[in-house]
Write a protein that binds this ligand. Sequence first.
Ligand code: FUL
Length: 693
Amino acid sequence: MKKKNLLLVFSIILLASCTEKRYEKSATFPQNATLEEKLKIASHIVPSPQQLAWQELETTVFFHFGINTFTGREWGDGTESPTLFNPTNLNTDQWCETVKNAGFKLVIITAKHHDGFCLWQTKTTKHSVAASPWKNGEGDVVKELQKSCEKYGLKFGVYLSPWDRNAVSYGDSPAYNQFFMEQLTELLTNYGKVDEVWFDGACGEGPNGKVQEYDFPAYYNLIKKLMPNAVVAVSGDDVRWVGNEAGFGRDTEWSVTVLQNDVREEAKISNEKLGISTTSKELGSKELIEKAEKMVWWPSEVDVSIRQGWFFHPKDDARVKTAEQLANIYFNSVGKNSVLLLNIPPNKEGLIAKQDSINLAEYGQFLRQMYAENKLEETKTWKSKQQCESKIFDVKKEAKFNVIELAEDIRYGQRIESFSIEVLKNNNWETIAKGTTIGYKRLLRLPILNVEKIRINIQARDNFRFKHVKAYLAEEFISKPIIERNKDGMVSIKANENATIKYTTDGTTPNQNSELYTTPFEFLSKGTIKAIAIYSEGKKQSDVQSRDFDIAKKEWSIIARSDEELHYEAEKAIDNNENTIWHTPWNSDAKKHPHFITIDCAQQLKVKGFVLIPRKDMLGGIPYNYDFYISNDGKNWKKIIANGEFSNIKNNPVNQEVLFQQTETLRYFKFVALNEVENNAWCSVAEIDLITK
Ligand code: FUL
């Protein structure tokens, strides 16, 4: 071939590779497209620049703060007096410094939660900081936080709850939409640059019992106009809710999904047709693509709280997630192609509490240490021309590692369907990990490896590009022991095989000289058991594990029940085993609410409240509203809670602690479920406990 012709062919090839078709955010399939054609298109759907910038943040923070911080609730009902809001020592610099040091890049404030109380100086309602005693009604939490973000180099976002249990116009749809957009306008004009707007999916009744029809497309247009670079999350087109509030993403997590943001009618119809929702197991499989007409770039965000609930409650102080738990969450979110949105609720003083800060600092240190050195020799980026390819990477001399990071260059889309990793050991390739999607980042935790080479094998939907492949050595946490008690009051303590366990039963801190644990022991009273695990003949020691127990349920019995399904007897609600549940029949002609269980405690008790433990798998029967009765003879009953509400139990099925107005004496109690979170006719309870005095 002549030189000139050669040049021409060359430039055509170059041009072809540069002009590879890309569909920003979404693509509609041509009619009659084959699966192959659809997969090709799916491979070329790419994030918007805003979505890409957001994904690169990796870890972000939620600050749930507001009237609930002062009432101890998770969902306020909008009737709270604004005078309750009075942080004594609010310091948003302390919030920002804490999270900055732990590696977070953006923070989101609950400018208004479902109770309607506004944390900023708003003209739209009197239900705000302006009516509070804090700073004589002149304070502005949103402003203070935004200034601190600027100071600490953090991006800034706002959570504005569409559901408003205080606004009088709520349910009068056009009027409320107008009101809501005025609130949005204030937040997006008076508070500098806003990078994320978070719209909660929760939609309930307003003060007049009416449900609102939100005009999301109008909200989006307003955001586009006022803050074009912000991403809109959850009830928004840019960021998708992962489907749980427990801190884990999917093993197979496609950022390019057939699921669409269903605030629009056509998206709702499409999702229904495909039989999928935000909580479905998979959202980008071939089976789904085959049936789909459209696909979108809608990446996942994992939102989870460092505490039990979303707001700060002192009762949860002993259950702040540890650095080890936070690290697990990191691997299960960022390490599974999601952005982490970790909630760190400030306390009544207006500060991040000490334990939360300590755990965050330790978690931040863990990640810094891990990322400090890539244990693989640097290589050129891996750009494959095929769908199926393998590549060998050299490990640095003598280097050990226990984490592998795979990262696709998502500027070109997400294409990898499956991978496997092998290591070279005694001249043999041995498979050590397998998985499905990669996307922006996939982290694999492994036992410590000391090998010379690793080989990555890829199967993709099209040719594919890596951003990088790296390996790290993460420090190992010294796990705390696990303490459990069964219905008969027998306590067992478990730790890793080679650990020695020492414990106390009087609330004191255990040390190497404390009682040695060998076999389960009886502990029937209310009290605290603490334990440590000791390794390497006393050279290494875990942090203290602490468990508060109330009186054992050994003598308790169920004396009445509304109904029960075979294998899901009411007794399962008092067997001290959260893995077994009471469930009423769930067929179409099942007996309807109210459902109840009546319990005889076999002795008179002084009781401050109760704990309802819902099933943790988020499946059927979880109660929402309830009544609670007590009795001393099993005949005369006193209703001490009427129409109580387990706020947010549907998305976050954590233990629900309910305190009575005053301490009560009882021998019998009756829990009555009035409805279910999804309005099904059935009821389930994993466990019910009393809080005795
Ligand atoms: C949920 C809300 O109902 C919770 O209270 C919390 O704000 C969480 C982040 O979203 O839908």
